[in-house]
Design a protein around this ligand. Sequence first.
Ligand SMILES: [Zn+2]
Ligand SMILES: [Zn+2]
Length: 611
Amino acid sequence: MFFYKIAVLGSSLKPLTYASDSKFLPNQIVEIYVRNSLKKGVILELCQKPNFKTKEILKATEFKFSLTQATLANFIAAYYICDLGVAFNIFTPFKQTKFKSINFNLTPNLSSDQTKAYEFANEHKTSLIFGDTGSGKSEIYIKLIAKTLNQGKQALFLMPEISLTPQMEKRLLSYFGDALAIWHSKISPKKKSEILTKFESGEVKLIAGARSALFLPFTNLGLIVVDEEHDDSYKSAQKPRYNARDLSLFLASKFDIKVLLGSATPSLTTFNKQPTFRLKGTYHESFKEIIYDENETKLSKSIIKELKICLEDKKQAIVFLPTRANFKYMVCSKCSTLVKCPFCSVGMSYHKDKNSLKCHYCGYSTFAKVKCSSCKSPLLEAKRMGTSEVLDNLRAVFKDANIAKFDRDEITTQKKLVSLLKDFNDKKIDILVGTQMLSKGHDYHNVSLAVIMGIDENLNYADFRAREKSLALAIQLSGRAGRAGKAKVLIQTRQVEFFKEYILNYDKFLADELEYRSGLYPPFTKLLRILISHKNEKIAISTTSKCLERLKSVENIEIVGYGKAGIEYIASKFRYEILIRSKNIKALIKSGFSVYDISGVEVDMDPLSFA
Ligand SMILES: [Zn+2]
Ligand SMILES: [Zn+2]
């Protein structure tokens, strides 16, 4: 009889011991009974006969995990603080892999600067290309991918899901043909299994995908390109709360895998840690005219004037706002009380088309005719314009123009995204009004004006990265204008000094910000956030105390603060948090493991969201 430690896939149970007459290899997937229900588990290791009674393994499946996958799963469990069964469960297992040699001779022609960047990436195991919008990072990626594939290895090209557009796919197809597959969360199960078959047969060698593509069964991975490495979408918002960019760097430290990160606005952490090549933008980039408008968020005279000039020139414009809907929230005209969602501690947004108030956190919606909860007055005032309101107002001013909306209310499927981007590039739309989605690496060919409204809202968030994120957003947005010539960027802000200093000089920002964060925040220290939530507030409070009590035994950590979370109530649950800081990674991990199994507790290593 052999005995095995097995992690139950998808379960928070500690590894269990099972027996079998057969010999199994680590990382094989087997079927087992756990408390009378049939489950799948992964063999972790052979072990000694335990001194308790064990169940037998029912049978082996055809599936297994690769060594790369198993190594990564173990790291996720240890670093992002979860059980192995949960970590393994995000990976796609495989049956077998075959090898097929293909040669790619077609590669893009590089300029001399691009060649230098390419050589830099070639020489370093991990590196960052800090390249302005339009500086030609993609050509460098493509050349490096071709080189990797020609060495008989696989390559992974990660990007935010919204950047996986047909334009991008077409471009990669022209170089890599059938060796390419696209992978993201919205692909149908049928399509996924087709891709996996081709991947296992060795036909597909390059995966371009969103963060989940990292968990495919690579057996011979040679390169990971992480484009837009600063993007928060690489971080998972659910357990395990991994960051795909950081996991890529971990893989590079363990295996013969090269990692190339790229961004026009790199995160401070990456910039501080990675060997960096600075790839400057085109001649046009430096001739961008920046206009400041110190009005509070509204369609000011100068915005209307600039849009008019733009339309008369037969050019296109984009208009950014941080909020969707018509208004972000409503307040009582008499006593200023906020109209809140009954299940969350946030204001409800006003959607004029459905005449409803909607909570953007839990989805609850109600008829817009409500009374003030405090003084019962029916008079409500709408605050903070959103995309729908600006769209309506612009349509009233520019009656002949085609104006469309680009946000999560509008773009609900990949198909809608594709068709809207096509219409915009075919010039069927003159002005595109949207949220952050506007900034995500899409190529707009004819945009000569970018209007940025409401950015102060982002800048004022209680988040140590608020400056970095707001500036990166403004730079990404302004990068959408002027891909083919002169362009204007209008920023509506009361923080003119900040933007004047840095909007054309992200390099200076990175240097100043490093000094500003020195000693207190990442990249100089690391953070761990403990989030406690419960329907009963008393239990949420007592759980917080229990966590604090357990944390007392952990040395080398600093409890930065604890109490109600930024949003203290979501979907009928009270939310509390504890924020821990340390320069000692082991101490932070120990803190996480000391509380992670308490009911209602979630741990978030290297948190990006503080809501
Ligand atoms: Zn709600
Ligand atoms: Zn009132």
